[in-house]
Design a binder for this molecule. Structure first.
Ligand code: 8ID
Ligand code: ZN
Length: 348
């Protein structure tokens, strides 16, 4: 397989600065890394935050964003043993972790203090060739449709893990706030596949039809509803057993405390900058609600999330555009105009 010396990439040098579509060198893999020919990459709302510098995470400038890359292994470092040239591979948000700290030892590698993050501290997947730690890289079977698979690598893993974190049993209600977005549209399908009943919350009629087409039993339109909490409480006959907050709205997160069921769990996933939520201690104690944060997923979550995808239980609703069109995709994300996920084709 011939590897070029230069490639196309989207690079930014300052927060909110120009997203330059330019020719750069193809990186060389370190001894523990794969070199991946990225064919497609999903565009996550977190990429928009990274570009704007709107997130309290370490970011190395200049930077190539993107952390939902799907492609093919074209080279590897000398210490890599369990991959072959031509294998299909996913490059995800967690590029590598130390594997020796307290958190890594307990399967919480996503909170490793030495984690290297794709599209934040490690050049990401908005380029044709990226490097990825061979231990964390995700495996896809031969024949996988890489464009459809790409959003699983952040959105899919994240919502699957968040649903596990909500600690529900089949037949219970989960409310998904932000249900029509990249994470939300997958969350609806994972939740259904896991046996939960879904009430989706998002804005507008079109998003409602979309969310219902993915398997939600009910939809609450926050733009037209007089009282979102009351509607969710009525639909679920007493509140949702679990809530997944995958919107980018602080007020929606605050509101979720009003429609979580007694003894239910609110999971925080979306990351609006500087967001806080507040709860009355009395309510929290008497309702015995649990509020948990959830960030992406570990290697086991990754393999499990991909397995749902491989078995056809979740299908990413995607729209494909060229890598050079990232700036327009960011605009649409910012305006909340996207149904599902945009995926970029790195050849265009
Ligand atoms: O590991 C993590 N915790 C993780 C991983 C990946 C992404 C967290 N995230 C974060 C992102 O940084 C972002 O803050 O999850 C959030 C959602 O990411 P996304 O799905 O990529 O964003 P999107 O496609 O723009 O979807 C957001 C949806 O929220 C809706 C929008 O209409 C859109 O469909 N929304 C808004 I804006 N306000 C709402 C409201 N008040 C709302 N939905 C319900 N109620
Ligand atoms: Zn993401």
């Amino acid at each position: 397989m011939s590897i070029p010396t230069t490639q196309k990439a989207i690079v930014f040098e300052s927060f909110g600065g120009p997203l330059l579509y330019k020719d750069i060198s193809v990186p060389a893999p370190k001894p523990n890394e794969l070199l991946v020919h990225i064919k497609y990459s999903g565009v996550c709302h977190s990429d928009l935050y990274a570009w704007k510098g709107d997130v309290p995470l370490p970011i190395n400038l200049p930077l190539i964003g993107g952390h939902e890359g799907a492609g093919e292994v074209v080279a590897m470092g000398e210490n890599v043993s369990d991959w072959k040239i031509g294998d299909l591979v996913g490059v995800k948000w967690l590029n590598s972790s130390c594997l020796t700290c307290e958190h890594c030892m307990n399967g919480r590698e996503t909170v490793c203090p030495n984690a290297d993050i794709t599209g934040f501290t490690h050049d990401g997947t908005f380029q044709q060739y990226s490097t990825a730690d061979a231990i964390q890289a995700a495996k896809f079977p031969k024949g996988t449709d890489l464009a459809s698979a790409a959003p699983i690598l952040c959105a899919g893993i994240t919502v699957y893990k968040a649903l596990k974190t909500a600690d529900m049993i089949p037949g219970q209600w989960v409310a998904i706030s932000g249900a029509a977005g990249g994470l939300g549209s997958l969350a609806v399908q994972y939740a259904k596949a896991m046996g939960y009943r879904v009430v989706g919350i998002d804005g507008g009629k079109e998003k409602g039809e979309f969310v219902k087409s993915l398997g939600a039993e009910a939809y609450v339109d926050y733009l037209s509803s007089k009282d979102v909490s009351n509607e969710v409480n009525t639909i679920t006959e007493g509140g949702a057993h679990g809530v997944l907050n995958v919107s980018v709205s602080t007020s929606a997160m605050q509101q979720s405390l009003e429609y979580v069921r007694v003894a239910g769990t609110v999971v925080l996933v979306g990351l609006p900058a500087e967001a806080t939520i507040k709860t009355s201690v009395f309510d929290a104690v008497i309702k015995t609600i649990t509020i948990k944060g959830s960030a992406v997923g570990n290697r086991a979550d990754t393999a499990e999330a991909i397995d749902f995808f491989n078995r056809g239980l979740v299908k990413c609703p995607i729209k494909i555009v060229g890598l050079s069109e990232i700036a327009q995709v960011y605009k649409l994300l910012e305006q909340g105009k996207i149904l599902g996920r945009y995926v970029v084709d790195t050849s265009k």
